[in-house]
Design a protein around this ligand. Sequence first.
Ligand code: OAD
Length: 253
Amino acid sequence: MENNDVPFDLIEKASEIIVKSGYVVVLTGSGISAESGIPTFRGKHGLWKRYRPEQLATPEGFAVNPKLVWEWYNWRINLVLNAEPNAGHIALSELEKMNIVKSIITQNVDDLHERAGSRNIIKLHGNILEARCIRCDYKMKIQKPFRDLPPKCPVCKNLLRPNVVWFNEPIPMDVLNRAYEEIERSDCLLVIGTSGVVMPAGAFPSIVKRNGGKVIEVNVDETHISWIADITLRGEAGKILPVIVEKVKKYLK
Ligand code: OAD
């Protein structure tokens, strides 16, 4: 999409809603990191077109072949370590610094929101740059892909696993509670780059609507969220969000 395709009047309306809201919360999915070169999960070029989630992103798949799972994670860890936050991530951190955005709930396991300068981030699906022991409490930060696969816990010698939430696994209770608290407080939810098909995040927009809040979607395509959104901004997050920041700044002047 060229810059002149950006839906300026809708962005104007969305920015007005954002400025007039008391508690703006952001929900992001893999689409916000797409412009940083990190592949999304669904759609034409999505990871789940090329890889099988049950083999690579479930506890059962890990039990069958931990080395295969770690090979895939090593590849993705490398992608994340070499990626940079894009204009979309940076725009959201600016909105937080302006005290407009109160928190970001992300389904992403990369660290691009953090590196863009956002502070109040709730990582629903964990952190790809951490590993934890499958038995003891050992947890470590990952600064480069592992050399020997599958990696072992230095304390108890059991297997290390990525510190992420896989399919068939619950989101840690404290993380989930924080996310629901933010959603219940929110009177405006910005939903960016998610297909909205994975629960519980996919249900957050309807909770905000039920509570009388507004939902603004930023996505290149129509999604499961689009029908419920008050405004859908069709386009790339990295093009739309910086324009929102400019409009919000003008309103605040
Ligand atoms: P999906 O791959 O399901 O959706 C990505 C969304 O981003 C799609 O709706 C795209 O249209 C949109 N998109 C792509 N590029 C974009 C751009 N530049 N700007 C704006 N939107 C863009 O990814 P998620 O919704 O994040 O979970 O998927 C949710 C969860 O499913 C993931 O966290 C992961 C996956 O399986 C686990 O692994 C447990």
